[in-house]
Design a protein around this ligand. Structure first.
Ligand SMILES: Nc1nc2c(ncn2[C@@H]2O[C@H](COP(=O)(O)OP(=O)(O)OP(=O)(O)O)[C@@H](O)[C@H]2O)c(=O)[nH]1
Ligand SMILES: [Mg+2]
Length: 348
């Protein structure tokens, strides 16, 4: 799962990247794919910590998400422009977006206006793409009536300036558009990059409402402050956070929200060798879960032994979960639930 960080020039995108990953950002223009700098985020997970403790696991493997920062290209993005247009093809492959809006001393933008101008660029790019596709279909007399009608519906929506995120699509439409990578349909979170003094301030109700109408959630992150936290040990971090009136780094909440926005749930495999958290799309089956672990395990799938995290955390051993009749055997079509702890029986 890859999330791209986008926004105006100097909005603090690279600083947000640094705050989330602990990695120094890239500077200077480069070309093509080399403009993208991926970084891994380990998702903090109290349930995984607890499984590690109960099993006495030697290793803990959290879920990792990838965020991508882009090197600026001053020739492409004009001062004050909402987005660098040369980035649009690169963000088509991404699963989600973080939209950074600057609100720190020296660079302040009004939240809804800034988001709307970025959304405007995404909507425009999608319109252009859908229109070109429709024109080609008409010229070549290709495509199905269904696809043409679906494209016209999409175009009408975009023409009103609305992102595709808020358009309900049927399963069939989603399939027809699966290779389009529509930008205004990608799940997105708005990150207000603020000074630490404003990190706990509320986002006003009307701003939140406007953004919600775009299908967007919004978070405050004092990115420069949180980037500095990486320099400190745990005690130092706690001290700096409490001096700022914060309980924990905002990045953890932001990452949790992003995870939720991506439509992901977490399942676990746990034992003495390792406690391992895995992400899975909501609605996926036991067989999909097996395939995440290893293709051979999916191929030889016999059944899944499943406990819920809650039951295991309460009873603290597999034997007790079995005794309580809460240990289940499930087939390949079982729909996985968030927090399932599974063991898959398979033949090689
Ligand atoms: N005070 C303060 N300064 C910040 C903050 N975030 C970024 N800056 C400063 O703003 C400038 C731009 O930050 P970057 O993170 O490089 O912004 P960017 O969006 O990656 O910029 P480009 O990649 O050039 O478009 C730098 O001088 C940062 O130090 C912040 O939260 N507070
Ligand atoms: Mg940058």
């Amino acid at each position: 799962m890859k999330t791209g960080i986008i926004g105006a020039r100097g909005a603090g995108k690279s600083t947000v990247f640094h705050a989330l990953t602990g990695l120094a950002p890239i500077h200077g223009a480069s070309e093509g794919k080399a403009r993208a700098r991926p970084g891994q985020i380990k998702v903090r997970d109290a349930r995984l910590d607890n499984l590690e403790a109960i099993y006495g696991s030697r290793k803990k493997i959290p879920v990792e998400l990838t965020v991508v920062d882009f090197a600026p290209n001053p020739r492409e993005q004009k001062e004050g422009a909402a987005l660098d247009p040369s980035l649009l093809p690169l963000i088509r492959d991404l699963d989600a977006l973080l939209i950074v809006v600057p609100q720190f001393a020296g660079n302040r933008q009004a939240l809804t206006a800034a988001v709307e101008s970025i959304e405007g660029e995404l909507v425009f790019a999608d319109f252009d793409q859908a229109e070109r596709r429709l024109e080609r279909l008409k010229k070549e007399r290709g495509g199905s009536d269904f696809e043409r009608a679906a494209l016209e519906r999409v175009l009408k929506w975009l023409e009103e300036g609305k992102p595709l995120r808020t358009l309900e699509m049927t399963h069939q439409e989603l399939q027809a558009f699966s290779s389009f990578g529509f930008l205004s349909r990608k799940p997105a979170l708005v990150v207000v990059n603020c000074d630490v003094e404003a990190a706990t301030a509320e986002i006003t109700g009307s701003e939140r409402e406007t953004l919600r109408a775009h299908g967007l959630d919004v978070f405050r992150l004092a990115a420069a402050f949180e980037a500095e936290l990486w320099e400190l040990d745990e005690a130092g971090q706690r001290e700096m956070l409490s001096a700022a009136g914060l309980e924990a780094p905002a990045r953890d909440r932001l990452i949790a929200a992003l995870y939720h926005h991506l439509g992901l749930i977490t399942f676990y495999t746990a034992g003495e060798p390792e406690a391992h958290a895995w992400s899975l799309e909501r609605g996926a089956t036991a067989l999909d879960a097996a395939a995440k672990i290893h293709t051979d395990i999916a191929r030889g799938f016999i059944r899944a032994e499943v406990m819920s995290y809650e039951d295991f955390a309460e009873l603290k051993s597999e034997a007790k979960v079995k005794e309580a009749g809460k240990f289940r055997l499930e087939g390949r079509d079982y729909v996985m639930r968030d927090g399932d702890i599974i063991h898959i029986r398979f033949k090689v």
